[in-house]
Design a protein around this ligand. Structure first.
Ligand code: 13P
Ligand code: SF4
Length: 356
């Protein structure tokens, strides 16, 4: 967590204690000044820094006051009294903070910081789906922009998707936009599912229905994918198991159902971190953004973490310590939302937070 130090040299000493297993000393020396200045300015301004689990280790372990997954950070953003909120994550996360805490200034330390899932669906797509399936409740993954959340009945994250479906208990649910999260959640709860896609001429096309248990409601998925998690394969898992026969494979549920099925455990980023920390096992393959493996090694030196670092999230990796300092110094990039749209989006996010 955030480093409390009264000088650059003390900052460097503390950074070495936390990070020397994963970050070369030359880099720590360069970054110590930035870390010191960010934490000094944060205190002076009464700001809070929230950091997603995917931030690179020299940022993750030095400047966030609170770190976690999308659900945990949404909860923190809703209740903080501090101002401004600097959100070290991608745009949809910073937007969720603004939806929940509109009076505070929310700053995203990068201009774009997109997400292939959030980009896979528009508010107009949701309206077209609602017209095709009238009366069917709409659940949207938190990885969507505010205008899409404004069209939804409920929001969900990777840690409460099954709970939200259970709560709804409806005969049909539109579950958007992550095809794989929808399928994994449907499979986990024994529900039938199908996928709806949009053709290049704008028509909506349904897949066949994959059967589930008798009496369970149908999950209607959209064809969005995470550009990182869709790249992991069962072959990656088989190769790792051949090389390290004792390895445990843990996977984020944005990966394909085949990959999730071939893994030992699947869960939100915070659940994956907790699983490794709690497990008596030593070797893990983590199928999610590579930086998270570095962040775990820094804290749990007895664990060996294999990760596929050729597959990275370019959006999460956009955020650097330099950007965080720039955000604090220049109040950029501010998240602004239309008030009517924010209030409509808030309904779906609040309903999710009430479910837990
Ligand atoms: P979590 O909510 O599990 O942190 O996931 C967010 C994300 O974007 C994963 O790719
Ligand atoms: Fe979006 Fe995938 Fe990056 Fe997560 S890892 S922010 S879902 S592109």
């Amino acid at each position: 967590m955030s480093i409390e130090a009264s000088s650059i040299s003390e900052t460097l000493t503390l950074m070495r204690e936390r990070l020397s297993r994963v970050v070369p000393d030359a880099e720590l020396q360069i970054k110590a000044e930035l870390v010191y200045e960010i934490n000094r300015l944060k205190k002076e301004r009464g700001a809070i820094i929230l950091g997603h689990n995917y931030m690179e280790p020299a940022l993750f372990h030095t400047v966030p006051d609170l770190a976690g997954d999308s659900l945990g950070l949404s909860r923190e953003a809703a209740k903080t009294e501090k101002d401004p909120i600097i959100f070290c994550g991608v745009r949809f996360m910073a937007e969720t903070a603004k939806i929940l805490n509109p009076k505070k200034t929310v700053l995203l330390p990068a201009k774009v910081a997109g997400c292939s899932l959030a980009a896979s669906i528009t508010a107009e797509d949701v309206r077209a789906l609602k017209a095709k399936y009238p009366g069917v409740p709409v659940v949207v993954y938190v990885n969507t922009y505010a205008d899409v959340k404004a069209e939804a009945d409920y929001c969900c994250t990777s840690s409460n998707a099954a709970k939200v479906l259970e709560h709804l208990g409806a005969p049909k649910v539109l579950f958007l936009p992550d095809e794989y999260l929808a399928k994994n959640t449907a499979i986990e709860s024994g529900r039938p599912y199908m996928v709806v896609g949009k053709t290049s001429d704008g028509n909506l096309v349904e897949s066949e229905v994959f059967p589930g248990q008798e009496g369970k409601g149908l999950v209607i998925a959209w064809h969005g994918k995470c550009e990182v998690h869709e790249q992991f394969t069962v072959e990656d898992i088989e190769n790792a198991r051949k090389q390290f026969p004792e390895i445990e494979v843990i996977t984020h549920p944005e990966s394909s159902p085949d990959v999730v099925e071939a893994s030992d455990y699947s869960g939100s980023t915070t659940r994956l971190v907790q699983y490794v920390k709690d497990s008596p096992k030593k070797q893990f393959l983590i199928l999610t953004e590579c930086s998270m493996g570095d962040n775990i090694i820094a804290e749990a030196p007895d664990k060996e973490i294999a990760r596929l670092c050729s597959v990275r999230c370019p959006h999460m990796n956009e955020i650097t310590l330099e950007d965080v300092l720039h955000a604090l110094t220049h109040n950029e990039t501010r998240i602004e939302l239309d008030e009517d749209l924010r209030q409509r989006a808030l309904l779906s996010v609040e309903r999710m937070l009430q479910i837990g």
